[in-house]
Design a binder for this molecule. Sequence first.
Ligand SMILES: [Zn+2]
Length: 489
Amino acid sequence: MKKLWLLLCLVLISPALFLSGCGEEQALNSYALVLTYDDETKSAQGACAVDYVNTSNNAFDSVLFHLYPNAFSQEGEGLVCSTSNEAKTYPNGKSYGGIEITSVKVGGSEAEYSVEGEAGMLLNVKLLQQLFPDERVKIEIDFVLILPNANHRFGYGDNAVNFGNFYPIACVYEEGEGFMDEGYIANGDPFYSNVANYSVTVSYPKNFKIACSGDNLKTGENGQYLTTTFNANNVRDVSFVLSQNFNVVSAKSGDCQIDYYYYDDADPQGSLGTAVKAVQFYGKSFGEYPYSSLAVVQTNFVHGGMEYPRLVMIADTVSGVDYDYVIAHEIAHQWWYGVVGNDEYHEAWLDESLTEFSTALFFENYTEYNISYNQIISGAEENYKFFLQIYDKIQGEVDSSMLRALNEFSTEPEYVNNIYTRGILLFDTLRSEIGDKKLLSTLKGYYKEFAYQNVSSSEFIAYFSSKAGRNLEKFFDSWLNGKVEFVYV
Ligand SMILES: [Zn+2]
């Protein structure tokens, strides 16, 4: 996600399906989603059939799924946005939504299940018999979605309906930890998932257009509805946006089709051009973009933008060069979070800080935007120093650690300044320490080595140390754990 602290602003601020190309074969879950959206009631009927595989070393009695839409329910009060963002999120007043589970089958038979956890954000599906390592089981979940009137990942606004994090998605299972069941929180992107294969069928009223995160196989007419089917393989999530107002312009970057959906943009070709340059630049710098399409979607959204594999949301409230900045930032996430994944709840810096740094590299390369790399870095230094001073004054101390869970950041500015601002400074310092050539070759190797996997901070540090030819543990420790208090004094 891109929070708009940006630039010069001084806000404080199936059958077995396998991966290929990363050298390892890994069994994947396979999702078939069918959804019908009713615009009158702002609701959707859905069915999610998961061909689920146990990739752990343990036998499972049950499988846990995230029900993120329930963060938008009344019980989830305060989970989706900070108090300061409420007016932007709910311009027409507070509105609630959620997901109701209506039926669960396992292997074709009705199964026991329970909706659990904070605000009912977890679905626990009891298996009829133990699922042993490498075994598969079919889990079918029927549900009803109620969309909130909210400018958020999940919800409808004046111009578009966002379907982000909208379906039951399997929690990642970690050896020694179990299912990773953390819920929603207003800071950051509280998501963590494994790559999977998806087939999605969406029906929606005829007067809407759809922007989706996959290969649009076909769209057919069915009475008053259109039905679109799209596929996406080796992705860690799927999403789509509906709007009655979408215009579309398209271009190619190599074999990748880039579609820009917009309803309020005086220079759509310029925005599309930024997206194309971003895909080209990151592809050249870090490694090829592996998917055949990317949707860049203008929509109603409380923050600057939001990334999903093969689809990025760009807020319609952003304008000017900030708009290009958000496009470049969200597209960098296709590499960091999309292809190379991580636990965004516990180790947000891994994708967010690297994405912010990658965005600075983009603007260093394309001088026509008049945002220089040095300007970005010096702006970050100023913002970070300002943050330290203010927090020191207000609280008598500052927590400048980056490596903590999202719920351990006490305020939004504390999160933004440590993860984005301190994060970009970390990578700028690393650049000075190991040099441009080494840094870029290491990022290329990192992308290739960990494509479609989830990386931990310790794996990241070990990889960078091995490629830099020196132990970088102390370097990362001082940055990540906040031991260097005033780095730029
Ligand atoms: Zn981001």
